[in-house]
Design a protein around this ligand. Sequence first.
Ligand SMILES: CCCCCCCCCCCCCCCC(=O)SCCNC(=O)CCNC(=O)[C@H](O)C(C)(C)COP(=O)(O)OP(=O)(O)OC[C@H]1O[C@@H](n2cnc3c(N)ncnc32)[C@H](O)[C@@H]1OP(=O)(O)O
Length: 188
Amino acid sequence: MRLLFDQFMKKCEDGSWIHLPSYNYTLFQRSQDISAFIHAYLPTASKLINEEKLLQAKIFTRNFEDGLGFEYVMFYNDVEKRVVCVFEGGPYLQGMPGCLHGGAIATMIDATVGTSAMIAEGIVMTANLNINFKRPVPLCSVVLINSQLDKIEGRKLFISCNVQSVDEKTLYTEATSLFIKLDPEKQV
Ligand SMILES: CCCCCCCCCCCCCCCC(=O)SCCNC(=O)CCNC(=O)[C@H](O)C(C)(C)COP(=O)(O)OP(=O)(O)OC[C@H]1O[C@@H](n2cnc3c(N)ncnc32)[C@H](O)[C@@H]1OP(=O)(O)O
């Protein structure tokens, strides 16, 4: 993980890659911002939300102690419209014995392609995520999640993604996704 981090940080030196602020990065720092977002973009949902509990809101992937859950760092290449996530799924993310849970893989794919969509178009939501699990990911192994913004049509963003071993010899997972840029005029 450290070796890959250093390799990517080196790539950032000429500005071709950017290290994305990820550790405990939350899109909104204050619950008022979350509440304002929900009332603006998800008015129907806002009636169902417990504002009290919003005070504890955190990004799902940042809820485990270091090393036990989602350990990841993301880098972005604007020319290639790519986000690469270096990810290690910790022991609390086990599915089948010794394997990373498919839901944990889906979460990190969603976060990686979602970050790509957000960088391109700001406030978006996942409309569709199709995942082919080709080979099991060994638990506590480091993988590379490569996402590619393929096209934008109006409010629709089409992003593909694969999950590979660090030596890029093993393809674990392939995915396609559709993100929609939220339109405050539309009651979602
Ligand atoms: C700033 C930089 C920061 C970067 C650093 C950030 C780091 C920190 C965050 C990390 C990243 C986390 C990323 C998590 C992202 C989630 O996990 S979001 C949670 C899961 N997703 C949801 O809950 C969404 C639920 N669905 C919805 O809310 C609504 O269906 C949607 C997706 C907003 C779309 O609703 P809408 O705005 O009313 O749009 P709608 O008119 O229905 O559809 C628009 C178009 O899309 C098409 N469409 C819609 N859904 C579908 C579908 N499922 N299949 C095919 N076509 C569809 C429609 O057919 C329509 O097409 P056209 O007729 O225009 O050709």
